[in-house]
Design a protein around this ligand. Structure first.
Ligand SMILES: Cc1cc2nc3c(=O)[nH]c(=O)nc-3n(C[C@H](O)[C@H](O)[C@H](O)COP(=O)(O)OP(=O)(O)OC[C@H]3O[C@@H](n4cnc5c(N)ncnc54)[C@H](O)[C@@H]3O)c2cc1C
Ligand SMILES: NC(=O)c1ccc[n+]([C@@H]2O[C@H](COP(=O)([O-])OP(=O)(O)OC[C@H]3O[C@@H](n4cnc5c(N)ncnc54)[C@H](O)[C@@H]3O)[C@@H](O)[C@H]2O)c1
Length: 469
């Protein structure tokens, strides 16, 4: 059996693994990267990229359907297979960045096989034994499939299969109430499918309730049926697709079923006990520095059991690189932006209003409506608001719901990560007319009472006016 000795061995070439590999190899480390599936992982092939491309198609269909004031709308002609072909084109356009060839050009040795630990220092893959000074587990996650009577008899879809589905579902039943369910519901509805979401909990139940209400009102207005806090009792295949009977007796008939009920870490192939790596059903057990119970082995991205986002996997990569390349201490960030790419978008950083009020009785909550933002008015997209949670003049949370919320949260991500006071945002000049002005206006509202409802300020102004030439 071939033996390879290296500085760093990374298992999984998705968002996390690729970021570690690119950084480490370009800074001079000897790197082996092992990928069992497709280079680029979930985000490129079955996650962020295809879902955003499908949402873009849905947005185009929606705007044709509804037109604009003075511009007649009409039912769009949707070629579902062509929409799917466009998704493949988009993936192919981005794929070279994640390709084996690009990483080999960095000097990375890429092995295309599933890897498993054979002891605490070595991994086996494709008949090779790799011994490394440090390992990074970056194997991601896969969809969880609930135990439901009859589900095994249904050819259900998941995020791993839905983007390859070329026939338009007549009626898509979606099981789940998280971001996958919401994004897929809106995209499919706009492309002409009937859509019913069946969620065990509240839809987007972890987000700010006021912001979620704005998103769900839009979904309902577009014709998505949302069944919250409902459970499926049984499923059975029918000649036209699938029949779902809910525990309250409601019967639903759909043509297709998408299961989007959360994720489980991809650890089954790794033989973690052989490596003395502790884990739970959430993933590899890691500390704030992402190191596992085996001090030579780190975990990044979805498999590390925390928030599951591509930008989190990327940030994890930085934390690991600092430690394994330079021997410097590093910790993962506690505050991370999150965006659901519905229309309107829902973006969050830090605490929601409810979380902030529970933690800090003295928290100040400032709210600005897009209705009072001139650009939102000119563009006819006035739904939504920004909520700013402040503690002693510093942001501890921001919620934005509205068109472009995902872009607007970036400024607040900087403010929170740099520990800026709200005065920094209030003091910047925002170009007019932009939606971004809402951030400055919310920040300015913190100072308004101090300036405008303040007798001392009024007295000073009157005094100065008396003596000014
Ligand atoms: C539908 C959907 C939409 C999403 N949209 C967004 C979004 O808009 N924004 C966002 O930030 N996040 C989004 N996410 C989440 C995002 O895709 C993940 O957080 C991200 O892909 C995690 O990266 P990762 O590197 O941890 O894992 P992955 O990208 O899944 O990569 C893991 C890789 O490891 C490989 N692997 C697994 N086991 C082994 C093994 N034993 N040996 C070798 N290789 C192995 C896999 O084949 C895979 O390629 C979305 C997810 C889904 C499902
Ligand atoms: N825009 C983005 O950044 C984006 C988009 C999609 C996914 N993601 C990531 O992928 C992860 C997975 O997303 P997800 O939506 O699959 O999972 P999730 O864990 O966010 O939500 C799962 C949902 O399914 C519901 N559920 C669980 N079991 C159920 C059952 N038996 N019947 C009905 N409902 C059930 C839960 O109540 C919950 O609402 C997210 O946590 C997120 O980090 C991110």
């Amino acid at each position: 059996m071939e033996r390879i000795s290296t500085d760093l061995c990374i298992i999984g070439a998705g968002s996390g693994g690729l970021s570690v590999a690119a950084g480490a190899a370009q800074m001079g480390a000897k790197v082996v990267l092992i990928e069992g599936g497709t280079m680029g992982g979930d985000c490129l092939n079955y996650g962020c990229v295809p879902s955003k491309a499908l949402l873009a198609a849905g947005r185009a269909a929606h705007s044709i359907r509804h037109g604009a004031p003075g511009i007649a709308g009409g039912e769009p002609i949707v070629d579902f297979a062509a929409v799917k072909a466009q998704i493949s084109t988009v993936i192919a356009q981005i794929a070279p960045m994640d390709s084996q060839a690009r990483f080999e050009a960095f000097g990375v040795q890429v092995i295309r096989a599933y890897a498993r630990f054979i002891n605490p220092r070595e991994v086996e893959a494709a008949g090779k034994i790799i011994r490394a000074r440090r390992f990074v587990i970056a194997t991601g996650s896969h969809p969880t499939i609930p135990q439901l009577p009859g589900l095994e008899a249904i050819p259900y879809l998941t995020n791993e299969t839905i983007f390859a589905q070329t026939e338009r579902p007549e009626h898509l039943l979606i099981l789940g109430g998280g971001p996958v369910a919401v994004e897929m519901a809106q995209a499919h509805r706009r492309l002409g499918c009937a859509v019913t979401v069946i969620a065990r909990s509240r839809v987007l139940g972890r987000d700010d309730a006021d912001a979620v209400a704005v998103v769900l009102a839009q979904l309902r207005a577009e014709g998505v049926t949302l069944l919250e806090q409902r459970d499926i009792a049984r499923l059975r295949p029918t000649p036209t697709g699938v029949e779902a009977v809910l525990s309250d007796g409601t019967t639903l008939n759909g043509s297709h079923l998408l299961v989007a009920t959360g994720r489980a870490p991809a650890i089954s192939r790794l033989d973690l006990p052989a490596a003395k790596v502790a884990y739970t059903e959430k993933g590899v057990t890691v500390g704030a520095n992402l190191r596992s119970s085996n001090r030579r082995i780190y975990a990044v991205g979805d498999v590390a059991g925390g928030l599951q986002f591509t930008h989190v996997a990327g940030a994890h990569a930085g934390v690991v690189i600092r430690q394994v390349l330079f021997g410097l201490p590093a910790k993962q960030a506690r505050v991370v932006p999150m965006v659901t790419y519905s229309d309107p978008e829902l973006a969050q950083i830090g605490l929601t209003e409810a979380q902030a009020r529970a933690l800090y009785p003295g928290v100040q909550v400032l709210r600005q409506e897009f209705l009072h933002n001139d650009r939102a008015v000119t563009d006819g997209k006035t739904d939504g608001f920004l909520k700013l949670m402040l503690l002693k003049g510093r942001p501890v949370g921001v919620t934005i719901v509205g068109a472009g919320a995902g872009e607007l949260i970036g400024l607040w991500a900087l403010a929170v990560s740099a520990g800026l006071k709200v005065g920094a945002i209030a003091g910047m000049i925002a170009p007019y007319p932009t939606r971004g002005e809402i951030s400055k206006r919310a920040a300015g509202a913190y100072f308004s009472p101090k300036l405008f409802d303040n007798m001392a300020v009024k007295r000073v102004v009157r005094l100065v006016q008396r003596f000014l030439p």
